[in-house]
Design a protein around this ligand. Structure first.
Ligand code: ADP
Ligand code: ADP
Length: 233
């Protein structure tokens, strides 16, 4: 089942008189339930593509469909609702709010979506426990490790039960060991049905893909069908 589809997708950045084409006529499909990985060297346009697929940035031309609906044609309000309810986003830089506890950080998008505080708090704690950091729920981000912060950021991305999780180099700021924990969590989530689209230039992270999309110079350079990653027992 096609979850996301692009047609002739282009993104051009303008800085003064200079123009840079970061996405060039991209036609792509992302399937529901897949762990899709977008791989390419630095500057190839991976983050740009993720921003466009997730509605975090506007297209220069072309179309982006999410379950058949054109998100590039959404109004400001529709795109805000879409970002808040349909997708979760995980960043390399983690981006937790420093003076919120982990629990408050995870719960926050639930409050923004207008859900009951009690429900949201319960679910936030459940998610933190599932990420193995239930004990740290009342700590501030500065009081836990980078890997634990990223686990909280994944919990935050999951709070509104999104249809898809986007992750931009989620292991990029972490040690090898912490990075593997994050990849294992994402793999587990995917094996229980969560659709994931992850950007990386790390081959170890790319190995988790069902479907590996290679990006080069703002274009698709190849697509590899790998099948489900088999976790070690
Ligand atoms: P990647 O994620 O593969 O490293 P990006 O999508 O971040 O690549 O960037 C692709 C190209 O677009 C790079 O050359 C980058 O410098 C340029 N770029 C990205 N964002 C902007 C921007 N806001 N303004 C101008 N150029 C940008
Ligand atoms: P990453 O490689 O993790 O995607 P980057 O360092 O490429 O991160 O980009 C981080 C931010 O800076 C992005 O929001 C991107 O749009 C912006 N950016 C990247 N390159 C440029 C550029 N040449 N000019 C302006 N903004 C840029």
């Amino acid at each position: 089942v096609v979850l996301i589809k692009t047609e002739d997708l282009c993104k051009t950045y303008s800085t003064g008189t200079e123009q840079f084409h970061a996405a060039k006529k991209i036609d792509l499909e992302v399937y529901k339930g897949d762990f899709t990985v977008i791989m390419g060297s630095s500057g190839s346009g991976k983050s740009t593509l993720l921003y466009l697929l997730s509605g975090l940035d506007t297209v220069s031309s072309g179309k982006v469909f999410f379950k058949g609906q054109r998100i590039d044609a959404y109004s400001e309000k529709e795109i805000t609702d879409f970002r808040s309810n349909k997708i979760g986003y995980v960043y390399q830089s983690i981006n937790l709010i420093p003076d919120f506890t982990l629990l408050e950080n995870v719960a926050f998008p639930g409050y923004v979506a207008g859900r009951s505080k009690n429900d949201v708090n319960k679910q936030a704690l459940k998610l933190l426990k599932a990420m193995g950091i239930g004990e740290q729920a009342d700590r501030l981000p500065s009081q836990v490790s980078g890997g634990q912060q990223q686990r909280a950021a994944i919990a935050r991305a999951l709070i509104n039960s999104p249809e898809v999780i986007f992750a931009d180099e989620p292991t990029g700021a972490l040690s090898q060991e912490q990075g593997t924990i994050i990849l294992d969590l994402l793999t587990d989530m995917n094996l229980t049905g969560q659709s994931i689209v992850m950007v990386t230039h790390d081959i170890k992270a790319a190995c988790r893909a069902d479907r590996l999309i290679l990006v080069k110079d703002g274009m698709i350079d190849g697509i590899l069908e790998l099948g489900k990653y088999a976790p070690e027992q």
